[in-house]
Design a protein around this ligand. Sequence first.
Ligand code: DGL
Length: 260
Amino acid sequence: MGVFDSGLGGLSVLREIQRLLPAEHMLYYGDSGHCPYGGRSPEYILGRSAAVTQYLVQRGAKIIVVACNTATSVCIPQLRARFRVPIVAMVPAVKPAAAATRSEKIGVLATPRTVTGESLAALIREHARDTEVYPVPAPGLVELVEAGCLSGPEVEDALRPLLEPLMARGVDTVVLGCTHYPFLGNVITDLAGPDLAIIDSGEAVARQTRHVLADRGLLRSGIGEGSLELFTSGEADHVSAVASRLLGKPVTVTHVDVQP
Ligand code: DGL
């Protein structure tokens, strides 16, 4: 199966899929050479996403997981119209957060584009009508994770001004609406304290992926061990080093250019 993101954030989704479906052969493409997608035009994001999807399908992917909230909110209908393989997309975990909060106040940390997008607004209207929802644009966090900067003063300084207003308002649950952010989860807990619940969508997307595969008779569960191949449009040595840190084991990422 193929998983992609604007960069390495999608590895937070990939690791959940691997946990749930250890027998699957995984292809991951991190578009780190063009990351972040957030400041790009919708046409650009669609162009990159379609080219990466095409590449993964050519390599034999039977399903595509768009492990990027930005690409999801910009171009999922177009990708589904263009490709025959099933396409699983990200959904920020607003619904489970609204069900879990006790203070009836939740925060949503996401990239500026996701925060202002219509899909988040629709999710909130549909699933969090009785909850106070505070969407917080978090510029710069994606770049920190891409640089391999996962803790320390720089990360704390970036997160503190985002978290403090939420804590002051009595928010008890924060949704991570960008796949890069789970890699900063420990620092968020250090800053906000253990009472803040942090919810991301990785596990739910892994379950949805299993559901779609099972539905189409495409599951490979139980037949031997799976595998993982990683590709990037970025600089292979740097991306390999950061990916190894994020996955907690040494991996090699191969540079592959894909062109729209
Ligand atoms: N990991 C991507 C996401 O979930 C980062 C977005 C970006 O590159 O702007 O949205």
